[in-house]
Design a protein around this ligand. Structure first.
Ligand code: COI
Length: 355
């Protein structure tokens, strides 16, 4: 019998998590810890519930918020694995540092994930394309509307069953007016403001018939940065090219994993600046151009067309494309169907996972 899952928001029984939109339905529990007087206190797992915050809470006014996005998978052998916990943890703390927020100790982070995932294990989709999306995040909670660094924070983890983030290949446009990040800014940090600031340009692109924008560098609007919720990768002239970690883009966990898998397959990889003129030239010379986004939520999101100015270029998205090969390899490692030579899977301790 399918497990009977109760949606804590509505208290309705949920038997088909697949038909739910991404990030809409929380699992039954959440983790919460409080920071004040220079230390973490009162860490606990509680039923998913609304928060009570002062309307003066600093996060509501000045955007002192940071989040992560991670995934847990039901493996073929019945174990549960969290993908690249260490790398997500490191990135979380780098983002926190940039936003003047306190680090989370590694044992607090790991223990919270182990216990929460074990408790809500029934919510992890067993289907091939399903996983449990985990959202660790921190918000500034000191109640004061003067502009200052908060002295109080909440660190929380909430989860939601996840399937495909994008239902079909994307149509994107090179963004030549707005910018996502500039040197010295917060582009590398997973802070809420980076996402909020992208809404307006993305909304305009949607109104013009595109799914996402391809952000370009702030100085020249020439070099590709990232797209929406993903890093960008191009496969041109048998080289997998992706913009370097210059400080203005996110150090993507999927990005890093795909580069590692490509190298292991003997594919040439280049982390270097790539201009839209170079991409346009490749299209105009009739070359094989694959373009795809890489991210935790999106995994691999094939790009179907790229609009550069008023021209539309068509990317290669046939089933033998490199991106699908890399996607399959990633999938097999996560599901335990292939060896995990890089130790990417953090296995939830057995005693916890068996309820
Ligand atoms: C992720 O891929 O984890 C992200 O952070 C994207 C998201 C904002 C849904």
């Amino acid at each position: 019998m399918d497990p009977i899952l109760i949606n804590p928001q509505t208290e309705r029984v949920v038997t088909d998590t697949k038909s739910l939109p991404f990030g809409k339905v929380p699992t039954e529990h959440m983790f919460i810890a409080e920071y004040h007087d220079g230390a973490w206190h009162n860490s606990r797992i509680v039923p998913f519930e609304n928060l009570t915050l002062s309307p003066f809470a600093l996060c509501l006014h000045y955007g002192q918020t940071v989040f992560e996005g991670m995934k847990a998978f039901a493996m073929d052998n019945g174990q549960i694995a969290v993908f690249r916990l260490d790398k997500h943890y490191d990135r979380f703390n780098k983002s926190l540092h940039r936003m003047c927020m306190p680090a989370v100790p590694k044992d607090l982070f790991t223990e919270a994930i182990d216990q929460l995932i074990a408790l809500d294990a029934d919510w992890i989709p067993r289907d091939a394309d399903g996983s449990l999306y985990m959202r660790p995040f921190m918000i500034a909670t000191e109640d004061r509307i003067g502009v200052k660094v908060s002295d109080e924070f909440l660190f929380m983890i909430v989860c939601s069953p996840a399937y495909q983030y994008y239902a079909k290949p994307l149509k994107v446009k090179i963004e030549s007016r707005f910018v996502r990040a500039a040197e010295g800014g917060t582009g590398f940090a997973k802070c809420g403001g980076n996402y909020g600031a992208s809404f307006y340009p993305t909304q305009m692109a949607r109104e013009a018939g595109y799914d996402q924008v391809l952000w370009t560098d702030s100085r020249h609007h020439e070099f590709i940065e990232e797209s929406g919720t993903m890093n960008m990768m191009f496969y041109i002239d048998n080289v997998l090219i992706t913009p370097p970690l210059s400080g203005t883009i996110l150090d993507g966990v999927t990005r890093d994993s795909l580069l590692t898998l490509a190298k292991a397959n003997g594919i040439a990889v280049a982390e270097r600046a790539i201009s839209y003129h170079e991409i346009m030239k490749a299209f105009e010379e009739g070359k094989h151009v694959e373009a795809f986004g890489a991210g935790t939520a999106a995994v691999i999101a094939p790009i179907e067309t790229i609009a550069i100015g008023n021209k539309q270029y068509t990317c290669y998205i046939e089933p033998d494309a490199l991106m699908y090969k890399l996607q399959k390899e990633l999938y097999e490692i996560r599901k335990g169907l292939a060896p995990d030579p890089h130790h990417w899977n953090h296995i939830i301790p057995q005693k916890m996972a068996q309820r």
